[in-house]
Design a protein around this ligand. Sequence first.
Ligand SMILES: *Cc1c(COP(=O)(O)O)cnc(C)c1O
Length: 381
Amino acid sequence: MKFETRAIHAGQAADPATGATIVPVYQTVTFTQDAIGEDRGFVYSRSGNPTRQALETCIASLEGARFGLAYASGMAAVAGAMQMVKSGDHVVVADDLYGGSYRLFSKILPNYDVRFSYVDATQPAEIEKALTPATRVVWIETPTNPMLRLVDVGAAAEIARRAGAWLVVDNTFATPYLQNPIALGAHVVVHSTTKYVGGHSDVIGGAVVLDDEALYQTLKFAQNATGGVPGPWDAWLTLRGAKTLAVRMRQHEANARAVAEFLRGRPEIAAVHYPGFPDHPGHELAARQMRGFGGMVTIELAGGEAAAKRLCESTELFALGESLGGVESLVGYPWLMSHYAFPPEEKRRKGITEAVVRLSVGLEDAGDLCDDLAQALARCR
Ligand SMILES: *Cc1c(COP(=O)(O)O)cnc(C)c1O
């Protein structure tokens, strides 16, 4: 079945107890047992809940994978996936990384003697160079946040496989509609479903998706042991969002392209980063490994820091805020917001300067969005 159909039907058969067409919110802690040791598949909602299970089945199906686990947040999913490493293990990480993942990898996991090497993963040879005999995981994002650089998933997977390591791809920016890393050779996919999958900026959540059954059992055991599960309402809201992912992504992309083209012609803008532009350095790779170019646009203001801050504070439709991927447009200032956790020289090295502004282009009318940016840019001269 096609993606649109799976989004609406996978894991979402009529409720066995009542015939409810929509998966019910199973707001229950426990499940009455028929006899001691005789349950109907569910025992206690940390270990398993039917609403959560529907979401897990659906998201696994959207990624074309066998197993899914839903978590209380994207960060719980990142931490959950990292339960595959042990003390003494080594991880190679793409240095263009979500700030929260960087915080976990730099401030928490080293306390457990897990070691990290950061590399420019847009050059697969750099991943290879960083491998050690202790490397268990290679961790990448593509397209990257906020500069929208592309990492070759197939090449990274091959390098990881030869080293006996797992390749994990944080697929939050691309979404399963536009990119399926497991089909490209990755072993594990991580999502912050808070973003495009939920899609309405009203629920925090995360997911891990994978094909390997033994690894799935390891991560499921760890999730039950550590407890970072979403409640049934949050699982239900995320599942409701996922149903419309395909139509939303098509419109996000159309709007992002319109906004990127509009901005490209403006004198206040020094650069527009959008993988859909043929002269974007990752364009060909994106065209090969993705089915579209997504809804994020990153720009650099000709007027530097002052102009960038002014733009962020002058838009009316684009709300100034953290997050991305919702139906409403958002504007963010990575230097002080999403990428605050990174040292300044590290940010500069990656091109994340004080002049950079990130746009999550929403589903409002594209003309209205361009008008809003035009009025804001007029104040940036
Ligand atoms: C937001 C985000 C996360 C963390 O997700 P939360 O739901 O905020 O915990 C992880 N990775 C990426 C790429 C993100 O954008």
